[in-house]
Design a protein around this ligand. Sequence first.
Ligand SMILES: [Zn+2]
Length: 179
Amino acid sequence: MKDSEPTDVTILWGPQLYGNPCRECDFNWELSAADAVSLVQQLPKLYAARLDGATGKETCSDLAWSVSAYVSHVADNLRIWSERLAGARLSGERRVAGYDQDLLGLARRYDAINLHAAQWSLDWAVREWSDSIRLALAAGTELHHSDRGRQSAEDVARNNAHDASHHLWDIGRIISANE
Ligand SMILES: [Zn+2]
């Protein structure tokens, strides 16, 4: 295979992995890209409502991360996808590599990030993402992810909306387990 040729998808992703709707968080993968964007834009308010009264340090036995760590992950994930879309749009190079969310969490010390700081980052990440996804959708930007294969800007909008919604559901489980 030539170096410039996209490689085959090596892992299942999206509705093939999670089910449609998602077996856990009930996310509907058939929502439009515009609805996915609007869902992401509501995240800071949705998270703030769910996090009211939480310290961020809450954990539960079947999830690896604390409440605050999940918020940091969602913010970092949105920033990373914003950057990927911008890179493809600005350079024409659509190949992007995956990242290791657990290593990033270790390097960033998610466990030590204050919940208010994580929410501040989420708010800014959503603003940056909104700008990047709007331009990517208008330009028809497409990525070729090393693990997930071809990803249109619409796919990215839905995947990112699912990640954030799924982790809001995770946070809800952690908070409920600590009540
Ligand atoms: Zn889900």
